[in-house]
Design a protein around this ligand. Structure first.
Ligand SMILES: *Cc1c(COP(=O)(O)O)cnc(C)c1O
Length: 377
């Protein structure tokens, strides 16, 4: 890939790698007759939707804006789930939604009639909380103690579920097929008695299906055996798995300062352009970058904002960094563009697509002052 012509900072999505991910997801769809939809929360670069919609049948949204993006830019099925809806949310969502999942019985009872009146075709679902954790980090564990996400089994006893045609659970984060299989067993034990009145179930996201060590055979076997036992349409709604390892962030070294160690200041920012580095937190991979002291030239890499903690991490290199050098951060397509902000007035990185067949870099978006200003008033 030729990154030299990219304006920095710039995300570059490799359309070839994206299609490889989609083909892998499609193997699961073909083998199990399940439907995989894109969770816009994790990845919403809509200039790539024409490619993605060749393989996936729709999107899942967690807000009015995401639902509108799914409807207008992707097409296909529009699924929506949010921890809570306002009346105005339902009025915007119902006319365009194929599925609306509610987080609680109270929300379902509040809006059941309104949705029916606005769109008799919308299928209504309930998010359940199986109270079974496979996620270790509490920030990412929907089944943590006192979680607000999903109805627990005890709240469904003797409840009025009239109008619910499906259940939704989302309990995983960057996980393999084993955690799904174990979770599904708990879901069956606790909620299986409702299945014969339903027509669909959504296994949520967090399935790292496109990671090289993911056990795709176990996933296929798990969905197949589920579908043999229950007459339910199965949906999966990963976000990260669609865009995993398909994009980079190209940045430039603007300055190198010394304060007990060498610190390179880049034209990007952890807090504005890769917020999960601070929030998750995690250490991004850099092309030709190594752990501290593994190689002779050591640097702390810092960002452009005035936040003291706008630090990406400490890295070592085979050669000394120079002002003007390009640094390439790996796996930057998901949970970046969708989370970014213009803190400090720092511009958002441009977005480009790499087309491997024509070896063309297509700059699809550059941001400027208007984008910053339009979020304020
Ligand atoms: C975040 C989320 C997803 C997507 O999760 P990934 O980890 O990106 O696969 C799907 N469904 C719900 C309800 C979510 O909150």
């Amino acid at each position: 890939m030729n990154v030299e012509s990219a304006p920095t900072p710039c995300y570059i999505i490799d359309m070839g790698l994206l299609e490889s991910n989609l083909k892998r997801l499609d193997i699961v769809q073909q083998a199990t007759d399940c439907k995989i939809i894109l969770a816009l929360k994790g990845y919403a670069a809509f200039s790539t939707f024409p490619l993605i919609s060749k393989y996936l049948s729709g999107t899942t949204a967690s807000s009015v804006n995401e639902a509108l993006l799914g409807k207008h830019e992707f097409g296909g099925e529009v699924h929506v789930y949010a921890p809570a809806y306002s009346k105005a949310d339902i009025e915007s969502i119902a006319p365009i939604a194929h599925h609306i999942s509610f987080n609680s019985l109270s929300q379902f009872h509040q809006y059941r009639d309104l949705v029916r009146a606005l769109n008799p075709h919308t299928k209504l679902g309930l998010r359940i909380n199986p109270e079974y954790s496979e996620v270790e980090v509490e920030l990412y564990d929907p089944c943590a103690k006192n979680s607000r996400l999903g109805a627990t089994a005890s709240t469904l006893n003797n409840a009025d579920l009239n109008g619910i045609s499906g259940l939704h659970f989302h309990t995983l984060c960057e996980q393999g097929a084993g955690p799904l299989a174990r979770t599904l067993k708990v879901v069956e034990d606790k909620f299986g008695r409702y299945f014969d009145k339903l027509s669909w179930i959504n296994f949520g996201g967090g399935h790292h299906i496109t990671r090289s060590d993911y056990d795709i055979d176990l996933l296929i076997e798990t969905i197949r055996s589920f579908k043999e036992r229950f007459d339910l349409e199965v949906y999966l709604e990963p976000g990260e798995a669609i865009a995993l390892n398909t994009g980079i962030l190209v940045t430039e070294v603007l300055d190198i300062v010394d304060n007990g160690m060498e610190i390179a200041i880049l034209d990007t920012s952890a807090t504005a352009h890769m917020p999960d580095v601070l929030e998750m937190p995690y250490r991004p991979f850099i092309v030709n970058g190594y752990l501290p002291t593994e190689r002779p030239y050591n640097y702390r890499l810092g960002g452009l904002t005035c936040l003291a903690g706008d630090i990406i991490g400490d890295y070592s290199f085979d050669e000394a960094l120079k002002i003007g050098d390009k640094l390439i951060f790996e796996d930057m397509a998901h949970y970046t563009m969708v989370k970014n902000n213009t803190f400090n007035g720092v511009s958002l990185p441009s977005i480009a697509l790499w087309h491997p067949s024509s070896e063309q870099l297509e700059i699809v978006r550059q941001f400027g002052y208007e984008d910053y200003r339009n979020r304020l008033s």
